[in-house]
Design a protein around this ligand. Structure first.
Ligand code: URA
Length: 435
């Protein structure tokens, strides 16, 4: 079977067999099939799609292209959470130790921020000494000791995705549901988990701008998870305004610590609890979301979740002094309040524009090789529906230079729309998909 025959079949809208998907991807990972043929197949998939079975096969083949973490030495149920990425979405950080306090192991392999969405690894690395690059045996050791560990992708996990994602990035084939589903699920299932909760972000600051797109992605992700014998639930959640009140790496760490202390903003705390409840249900340690919620809340209030987080940070070589005293996190040289020009109710706080401002301030990367500024970002963000008087801050901007602040200000100015009408932000959870 020649690679071009497989490309031709997909180009004509036919369904590829398991053998054809396996042959093609195997050849690509071994370097026998060149990038130009993989690019042609990716474009054919972009236009013709894949059936749920084909997507599941592609996911399995990609997952098996590298190491699948052997978590069999951990006797607890193993459940993770994946977010498709949003502005101010720091929830993995409080969630992993919180859920670990309830007898569930959370083996989390996370990513870095790119473009306007932040990444868990960059946030964790604002803790002095925290090593995100643990080896797999070290990852297992921290999991055994703490019930949770958060590391970055290793070279040996899903090499097929590493190669294919870079190619998709430069061939305009990223926004294809089967390709996104197989990319995300191959990496998550390589963690050796029993269950996965997906937070599919929807709205201005998300990859998926509409409910229909978010639902198609959520159904694809849940379908593949099920086909591979895992318990999977997806929540479609609102991403029109940033989550919480801070955007930026150290700033989001400080908010995560506030959530773990039970003193976080209402929205980021509530979504942490809801996602955590879904994780406990999938793990079989709670009969329902309603039963799980008070258990999780008590772990925040008692300080147990915060202690668990400190233990994990120590396991990764991190210095926990910043957790006891968040004032020790890196602080930006220039901090400027952006003041409300008039009194009114916040009608919009556009997540995408705030994400762009954060990038310009230095908190994000335009390309993977850029160096981020851990102290940069925005704090004290007002939320939709809040009333502000003229001259009160709508946000505080943090950057290393005044020039960066000046460059970010137009985005912040455009992000906030004030009015007289009382408004309520949309519900945090828009839909729950279990199939
Ligand atoms: N995130 C991934 O890991 N892969 C994609 O294809 C898109 C988002």
């Amino acid at each position: 079977m020649l690679p071009q025959w497989i490309i031709e079949k997909k180009r004509n809208g036919e369904t590829l067999s398991d053998e054809e998907v396996g042959l093609f991807m195997g050849g690509y990972v071994r370097g026998e099939i060149p990038d130009y043929q993989m690019a042609a197949l990716a474009m054919a998939i972009y236009f013709k799609g894949m059936t749920p079975d084909e997507t599941a096969t592609l996911t399995r083949v990609m997952m098996q292209s590298g190491e699948v973490v052997d978590t069999s030495s951990i006797r607890l149920p193993k459940v993770d959470k994946h977010s498709t990425g949003g502005i101010g979405d720091k929830l993995s950080i409080p969630l992993a130790p919180l859920v670990a306090c309830c007898g569930v192991a959370v083996p989390m392999i996370s990513g870095r921020g790119l473009g306007i969405t932040g990444g868990t690894l960059d946030k964790l690395e604002s803790i002095p000494g925290y090593r995100t690059g643990l080896s797999v045996p070290e990852f297992i050791r921290v999991l055994q000791e703490c019930g949770c560990s958060m590391i970055g992708q290793t070279d040996r996990i899903v090499p097929a995705d590493r190669k294919l994602y870079a190619l998709r990035d430069v061939t305009a084939t990223v926004p294809s549901i089967p390709l996104i589903v197989s990319s995300i699920m191959s990496k998550k299932l390589a963690e050796g988990i029993d269950g996965l909760v997906l937070d599919v972000k929807c709205g201005r600051g998300a990859f998926m701008k509409t409910r229909a797109e978010a639902r198609a992605l959520a159904e694809g992700l849940v379908g593949v998870g099920r086909a591979m014998g895992k318990k999977v639930t997806a929540l479609i959640t609102a991403m029109d305004q940033p989550l919480g009140r801070s955007v930026g790496n150290a700033l989001e760490m400080i908010e995560s610590i506030d959530i773990l202390r039970g003193k976080g903003p209402a929205d980021s705390t509530e979504l942490t609890l809801l996602l955590g409840s879904e994780m406990l249900v999938l793990a079989g340690v709670a009969p329902s979301v309603e039963a799980a919620l008070p258990v999780l809340r008590s772990k925040l209030e008692s300080g147990e979740a915060l202690e668990r987080f400190k233990k994990m940070v120590r396991g990764h070589g991190g210095n926990t002094e910043v957790i006891d005293d968040p004032g020790r996190f890196p602080v930006a040289a220039v901090r400027i309040d952006f003041l409300a020009p008039g009194s009114g109710v916040v009608q919009e706080a556009d997540a995408e524009k705030i994400g762009r401002a954060s990038l310009v301030l230095g908190a994000g990367r335009a390309k993977t090789t850029d160096v981020i500024d851990p102290a940069a970002g925005l704090s004290g963000l007002v939320k939709i529906g809040e009333r502000v008087e003229a001259g009160q801050p709508l946000a505080t901007l943090h950057a290393s230079t005044r020039e960066r602040i000046e460059a970010a200000l137009p985005w912040v100015r455009q992000a906030f729309v004030m009015g007289e009408e009382p408004v309520t932000a949309s519900a945090l959870v828009l839909e729950r998909i279990t199939l």
